[in-house]
Design a protein around this ligand. Structure first.
Ligand SMILES: *Cc1c(COP(=O)(O)O)cnc(C)c1O
Length: 364
């Protein structure tokens, strides 16, 4: 039998009754667009993250795009970010007419290397957009310190870091704005596209609320042009149910990660968790120079794996205009050749995990 990287069906079936009831309620009330279910989820997500404002949006892509926009970043501005991420991170900058500037990452955590921010600064730099990759928080004190010295905004891409803690604080609550994706496979995933933005800055929250819904203050009164990036109410109802289980699911992810560590350390490089971090393990990413042959071996054993991400953004055709050659971000590029995401999801049982472990040990 095939072992999946992430088993969304197992997750649904573990809470099927609650989910089905919540969906039926939204449908019975025909409260499909904005309204009480969206507001309820926003309020619960703000509380969970420990922030003043949560704004539901249609996707993680919209979350990052509207966060950049909400800070007034636009044409002529530069935003420092990373290349080892999903393309939505960089697209959010370009979509606002600004320019993403890629810097290299920390070899151990795969997160933006704060020590490289200053050499990437120009007079056009407006913000640092960091990604808590795989769920491991970035070194936020250092990023915030450099940002404050240089008068930069800090945007956190939290698409992979629901429930991750940096020195006890939720990711997303530290910078100016935090952006979450609730894409189905994410740590807190909807049954379709969904996302949320969190911020303590009320001015930014107000701008984002207008932008996600046609600049409207009432049904037919728009004070600015915006668009439609609303969180679907059915997804909000589902997310409110799933949020009740989130901490339990994260504990389960961490317990599975601990078992992987115990069994795989010394055979492959296992993920680092800095002493100030609580890592929710969106992905459990091992590292080995034999990555490609290990991947083929695991596939032959019907174990699904992933590479997050195989081609760094600066080497993608979409960014060929930047003229960044291979070798320009050496830490990022080497990681892309050596990383492998192996199955981990809250409902994974020990027997299944043992098969993954045994197949890896067998290979080595
Ligand atoms: C998933 C993801 C996004 C985009 O989220 P969508 O909900 O798929 O639009 C953005 N950034 C990162 C790092 C992601 O992993």
């Amino acid at each position: 039998m095939k072992i999946k990287l992430v088993d969304l069906s197992a997750n649904y079936h573990s809470i099927k009754d609650e989910i089905d009831m919540a969906m039926a309620e939204v449908i019975e009330n025909t409260a499909f667009v904005m309204g009480p279910y969206v507001e309820e989820f926003e309020s619960k997500w703000a509380t969970y993250c420990g922030v003043e404002n949560a704004i539901g949006v249609a996707s993680g892509t919209d979350a990052v795009r509207l966060a950049v926009n909400g800070l007034g970043i636009g044409p002529g501005d530069e935003v420092i970010t990373v290349s080892n991420t999903f393309i939505a991170t960089a697209e959010a900058v370009s979509a606002n007419g600004a320019t993403p500037v890629f810097v290299d990452v920390d070899r151990d955590t795969f997160c933006l290397d704060a020590a490289r921010i200053e050499s990437a600064l120009t007079k056009w730099t407006k913000a640092v957009l960091c990604v808590h990759l795989y769920g491991h928080p970035c070194d936020m004190d250092e990023i915030m310190r450099i940002a404050s010295v240089n008068n930069l905004f800090v945007i956190e891409d939290c698409a992979q870091s629901h429930g991750a803690l940096y020195k006890g604080r939720q990711t997303g609550s530290i910078g100016d704005v935090g952006c979450f994706s609730m894409f189905p496979a994410k740590i807190l995933g909807a049954f379709g596209d969904a996302g949320a933005i969190v911020t303590n800055r009320n001015d930014v929250a107000d701008r984002i609320r207008l932008q996600r819904n046609h600049g409207r203050t009432s049904k037919y009164n728009s004070i600015v042009e915006g668009g439609n990036a609303r969180l679907d109410a059915l997804q909000a109802g589902i997310l409110a149910v799933k949020l009740k289980h989130l901490d339990k699911w994260i504990s389960s992810r961490r317990a599975l990660a601990a078992r992987y560590h115990e069994n795989l350390a010394g055979v492959v490089e296992t993920p680092i968790e800095r002493q100030w971090a609580t890592h929710p393990y969106y992905m459990y990413v091992i590292r080995t120079p034999k990555r490609d042959t290990l991947l083929t071996h695991l596939q032959s054993r019907h174990i699904e794996c992933g590479i997050h991400y195989p081609i760094p953004l600066h080497l993608q055709q979409a960014y060929s205009r930047m003229n960044l050659r291979s070798g320009s971000l050496p830490v990022t590029e080497q990681a892309a050749n050596e990383i492998l995401s192996i199955p981990l999801f809250p409902e994974m049982n020990i027997e299944t995990q043992d098969k993954v472990i045994a197949s890896i040990l067998e290979f080595f």
